[in-house]
Design a protein around this ligand. Structure first.
Ligand code: HEM
Length: 218
């Protein structure tokens, strides 16, 4: 098997992995296997999947740097887009199913609950990142594209704040996600392994070493 075939299989597996939670949810909807509170059940599941895929997308660069396995960088965009997709379904369940498009109620809920405000902010960031993730926007925004796409880390932090604020005090689940994000942020700030060499200032006085960006550098 050559490299191109191996990379293709990796990409296919990444798509399948990202679509599995959706397939499971649809299977549960059609088989009636969703417990006493289906709206809450699917809100929680889509929220968790959106956050997990966002962390997967953010993990690609450190994993590639530490392992030297570059093809994984190709998964950042699809996993980021899937994260946005699940967040959109999560939000759609909230406004369409939970509040039945009653916009006055939705507005109250969004403004009254601090976790909902942070959720909306996270969703807005993911939407901007999804829209500008194309080659066309990359060309148009030039250097600013990298700056803009660093907001993926802000989205990760805000999604975890959203999670922490909506669970009862003492529930530890959000802190597992927080721990993963802290590790990813530390790896971003202090790249080790093969990434460290790319940060070294070249001998002979190059003006400035360029910091590689985890979201866009291939
Ligand atoms: C668009 C605005 C958003 C609204 C209005 C919203 C609303 C909600 C609601 C109502 C819940 C369930 C609360 C409960 O019944 O316990 C929830 C849970 C959750 N949401 Fe959001 N959310 C939004 C955006 C997001 C985004 C963008 C993410 C991730 C990227 C996210 C991740 C989560 C997670 C991880 C949970 C908890 C799942 C669990 O407890 O297992 N949410 N959200």
């Amino acid at each position: 098997m050559n490299h191109a075939q191996r990379n293709r299989i990796l990409l296919i597996l990444a798509h399948i992995g990202a679509l599995l939670p959706l397939a499971r949810m649809l299977a549960d909807v059609f088989s009636g296997n969703y417990g006493p509170d289906p709206i809450r059940e699917f809100t929680l599941r889509t929220g968790r999947t959106a956050l997990t895929l966002l962390l997967f997308s953010l993990a690609c660069t450190p994993v590639s740097r530490l392992s030297g396995f570059k093809p994984i960088l190709k998964l950042r965009r699809p996993w980021g887009l899937y994260s946005f997709f699940y967040a959109a379904v999560h939000f759609a369940i909230f406004i369409g199913v939970d509040y039945f498009f009653d916009f006055a109620l939705i507005q109250d809920a969004l403004l009254e609950k601090r976790y909902a405000i942070v959720g909306l902010l996270t969703f807005s960031i993911l939407a901007v990142l999804a829209i500008t993730s194309t080659q066309g926007w990359k060309r148009r925004l030039k250097k600013n594209w990298k700056r803009l796409h660093r907001l993926a880390y802000a989205a990760g932090i805000l999604a975890i704040v959203h999670f922490v604020w909506l669970v009862k005090p003492g529930v530890v689940r959000p802190w597992y996600y927080a721990a993963v994000l802290v590790i990813l942020l530390l790896l971003r700030l202090f790249p080790g392994g093969r990434g460290r060499r790319r940060l070294a200032v070249p001998r002979g006085g190059a003006r400035q070493a360029r910091l590689p960006d985890p979201l866009v550098d291939k």
